[in-house]
Design a protein. Structure first.
Length: 159
């Protein structure tokens, strides 16, 4: 079984469980998916905020859009350039992910790794954070058992 976060044309967000991704694609293609709130069949996958899990991976299911303490986001591509060849729908989804992270988590900038360790060891309050880290900091977090996730960080607009 696979769980998708879905959004209708009227911005209602809901979950759908399917046997596999091809079953979802077939149902969508035949307009057999309906929004439980308004009934429209104009339904597509909604971007999912990454489920980043720190000390207790069993606490949050993979499909939970709630931000968690160890969110890491790399810096935007150099000079604000978009990665080549990304389709508009993917860019839109990545922008939605970025907005969700920015709205629900604290930007630690280059202090991300230090704060993630403090949270991991209970020296700072547990909360969603994001920021940047070097390769050596990344290795240190991995050695200490701090779970984190890299998120593609695209510009908020394409202008």
């Amino acid at each position: 079984m696979i769980c998708y976060r879905l959004r209708c044309a009227h911005d209602h967000v809901f979950e759908g469980w399917y046997k596999d991704s091809s079953t979802f694609a077939m149902l969508r293609q035949k307009n057999l998916l309906n929004c439980p709130e308004c009934g429209t069949s104009s339904v597509d996958q909604a971007p999912m905020a990454p489920a980043i899990v720190g000390r207790a991976p069993e606490r949050l299911p993979q499909s939970d859009p709630t931000p968690t303490p160890d969110m890491a986001a790399p810096p935007a591509p150099a000079a604000g350039q978009m990665p080549p060849g990304l389709p508009d729908a993917m860019l839109s989804a990545l922008r939605d992910v970025r907005r969700t992270i920015e709205e629900n988590c604290e930007n630690m900038g280059n202090r991300f790794a230090d704060e993630a360790l403090r949270i991991h060891y209970g020296e700072a309050p547990e909360r969603g954070i994001y920021g940047e880290m070097s390769q050596s900091q990344r290795e240190e977090l991995e050695e200490e058992g701090v779970a984190f996730q890299n998120v593609p960080w695209v510009r908020d607009t394409d202008s």
